[in-house]
Design a protein. Sequence first.
Length: 282
Amino acid sequence: MSGSSPAARLQRLFDGQRLTPTQRRIAHSMVRRAADAPFLSSVELAELAGVSQPSVTRFAVALGFDGYPALRRHLRDVTPSGADGGGGVEESLNEYQQAVRAEIDNLRQLSELLADPAPVERAGRLLAESRPLPVLGLRAASSQARGFGYFAAKVHPDVRVLDEGGSMLHDRIDAARRAGASVLLCFALPRHPREAVDALAYARGQGLRVVTVADSAFAPVAAHSDLLIPGAVGTGLAFDTACAPMLLGRVLLEAMCDGLPEAQARLEEFDARAAERGLFVD
């Protein structure tokens, strides 16, 4: 496990564990502060996650350790030599540089996740088969949904972006289901709107399978997702940065194209029409 990023090592430790919502919150906090996690006291971790200290102890026991000290020893044992809780070059960087470095780490973590392409390939097949394909993204995730929808519409015959909540949202999910949709793609980013969680629960209740891109495998939408692929967000600036989820969306597009035999022909047709209309200046 020492040959991967701290966040990836932690993610593997938590994968497959049946954790309570409080425990998922602790796990998510540790992944977000992966480099520091082996050096945090139980009090510090509790404060970071916004939970009680006994909750941290119960979390460690749920992972199979005797208590939090045993979990912390394990994390230190698998931390590569020379790693520590901070210092070094990072301290000489300004806040903007640190935000960029954090996003680079998120992308490295995504790269390690994609070493096993099976989940993305499975998601691509599901998205390609759904006619129509509803794509949900509310509030902070709306730009991710619209970006995916813009490109997906060039190769998929019927993409329906659901980027507004309200009383019409369930109606639009119903309409997609009646039209033949089998899958809903969701982009979910913090802070997670309750409406998005409710929409996924409703979609599954109507027989749709849910593929989700979220900031963490422990996000609130996980309980209502058939297949969740995480892409961490950066939290070093006043507003979160979402380079990894955006790139993951493009990766899913590529996988979906592999499942659409007519994708290349549709792209060539679009390029020809764009040239005829003079859409682009380059």
